[in-house]
Write a protein of this length. Sequence first.
Length: 207
Amino acid sequence: MHAAHGYLLNQFLSPLTNRREDSYGGSLENRMRFPLEVVAAVRAVWPADLPLFVRVSAVDASRDGTTIEDTVAFSRVLKALGVDAVHVSGGGVGAGWEHPIGYGYQVPFAAQVRAEADVPTVAVGLIVDAQQAEAVVAGGQADLVALAREAQDDPNFALHAARELTKGSYDAYPVQAGPRLASRDRMLDRLGPWTGPDPVLVEEPTA
């Protein structure tokens, strides 16, 4: 379920967009009411053996919007309703980004939600490298890592990451590609790097 990035459920949660004066606006408890009602309704019909994730904006882009403390409180109730993991992103409401930014910049939000709400989390935010993603999980900052623009840039990121983390194994590749790519790698290792400028660099066949 998507409750982040300025979509409808996020608009109820954020004090920057929720201007209601009834029981669905004002206090954090009231702003959470409609998103939690939707989560409860989905959980009631979603198969128990399938995971239910809820994506949240841990903080709004503006500092005077949703806070990480708000999101921790929301996540505690999500867990109580049977949500299996909270996918912790950020922004979508407010201009600019008034928080620290850089590689893995939203991982600390996932770590805080995981620790304080005692719920599994998914981390995002400029995660661009297999070793970086592995370190997030190995360090206990999140239970899963999700990718967006990095996967758009490299649709085979997951396969490349698996290969990097298993010291070059192609076992995770589809059978149509894995053995051929492994064979090509062995040839490239023997030939060495292409050095140019001639585009053709071949070996004579052995007798």
